[in-house]
Design a protein around this ligand. Structure first.
Ligand code: NI
Length: 405
């Protein structure tokens, strides 16, 4: 192949050997097409149509829509009666105005693939191609999942029953803290439970000049926010990662009016189910009791989100062993710190043993740019490393479950 964006890819040798030049070019083109036309959660109509067409053209079996804007397909294994394994890629985008300056930047005002799900969808297709070329022991179900960002997609896919027969599931996320060719593949917690809380403090409005005639919810809110800082520092054991963040406060209309109500909203992150419950209980206790001390009525709403991402010991071992010939043992890196981000892959892991991998997506020398920012631009090399790792993990798990390894 001469020229073209795929010609300049800097891939680990064992990864480069897996793909033909035309496959490299096709997958870069797919990724750029998806990137330029991002769609929000549960609105991924053009994205899923494009992915469905791609899988049909590749000759993937039983390609159908699932959970609205999701797509599933089946890649035949050597023994079609052997246990089923699944590979998942998410496909939705975020309400962010892109500012990367890339030639294939989003054409859709205020919508951007700022979390790399365009890469995830593409590496799922890459994995499908590799599994067609070298089939697993049993069939592999490809799951192109909608609505990861809203936290709804995985649960919706599970509810359809399409994963009922699946014995192991693998997914991955681009990660710019790791370089291309590196990956995090480990058992245990690799992502946090992400729950929300909202507190409404109700007092009594008054003239700002005569506060004694009212019950001020703003001074009460300030104290609730302050005391909430002690939930993690005073109530959670120091060896347990936990976060309580107040991200929004709303109150008042003018400098000289004491309003009747104030609202605060926040997120709680935890890795352990007992700590998850403790955070919710303590946040409620602080809001109600500090509110009461300020003579305010506190209405607390707890909104449970995605659980912690808990990689299965055996499945993580399979994924790791399978990755060694692809990227080398030295390139398999531990999480540098507890990851308090949420990910709805956690819902699959509650029901199916599996492993969620983080795939390096930064070229050496490039800056670390955070996901969910207007500048997020994972290296396209990640498509091919991610595809190779997912295909290898699926093959290994399939062989183990079929008892043929
Ligand atoms: Ni994401």
């Amino acid at each position: 192949m001469s020229g073209g964006p795929a010609a300049s890819l800097r891939l680990p040798e064992a990864v480069a050997e897996l793909y033909s030049a035309s496959t490299l070019a096709e997958l870069v083109d797919l990724r750029r097409t998806l990137h330029a036309d991002p769609e929000l959660s549960l609105q991924e109509e053009r994205t899923s149509a494009r992915l469905q067409r791609t899988l049909d053209e590749l000759g993937v079996d039983s390609v159908t829509r699932v959970a609205g804007t999701g797509v599933v397909g089946r890649i035949p294994g050597r023994d079609r009666k052997a246990p089923l394994v699944a590979v998942r890629g998410d496909i939705d985008a975020l309400p962010i105005q892109e500012d990367t300056g890339l030639p294939f930047a989003s054409r859709n005002e205020g919508v951007m693939h700022a979390c790399g799900h365009d890469v995830h969808a593409s590496w799922a297709v890459a994995a499908a191609r590799l599994l067609q070329a070298e089939p697993a022991a049993g069939d592999v179900l490809l799951v192109l999942q909608p609505a990861e960002e809203s936290g709804e997609g995985a649960a919706a896919v599970l509810a359809t029953g399409v994963l009922d027969e699946v014995g192991a599931i693998f997914g991955a996320h681009v990660d710019l803290t790791f370089e291309v060719g590196q990956a995090m593949i480990q058992p245990g917690a690799v992502g946090a439970a992400a729950d929300r809380f909202e507190v409404e403090l109700r007092g009594k409005g008054a003239h700002g000049a005569r506060p004694h005639q009212g019950l001020d919810p703003i001074t009460g809110l300030a104290q609730v926010v302050s005391v909430l800082q002690t939930v993690v520092s005073r109530r959670v054991p120091p060896d347990q990662p936990a976060v309580v963040t107040v991200g929004a406060v709303e109150a008042g209309t003018a400098h000289n009016v004491i309003p009747g109500r104030a609202v605060l909203k926040g997120t709680m992150r935890s890795l352990d189910p007992a700590i998850r419950k403790l955070l919710a209980d303590e946040v409620r206790h602080v809001a109600e009791s500090v509110g009461a001390a300020c003579r305010l009525e506190a209405e607390v709403r707890m909104l449970q989100g995605t659980p912690a991402v808990l990689n299965d010991e055996r499945a993580a071992g399979w994924a790791r062993d399978a990755a060694v010939p692809v990227i080398g043992a030295d390139a398999i890196r531990p999480l540098p710190a507890a990851n308090m981000g949420g990910e709805d892959f956690a819902f699959y892991l509650e029901q199916i043993p599996g492993c969620f991998i983080r795939v390096g997506a930064r070229l050496p020398g490039d800056p670390v740019v955070g996901a969910h920012t207007p500048y997020f631009a994972p290296a396209e090399e990640a498509i091919f490393v991610g595809g190779a790792l997912l295909a290898a993990a699926a093959r290994r798990a399939s062989a183990e479950l079929a008892g043929t390894s």
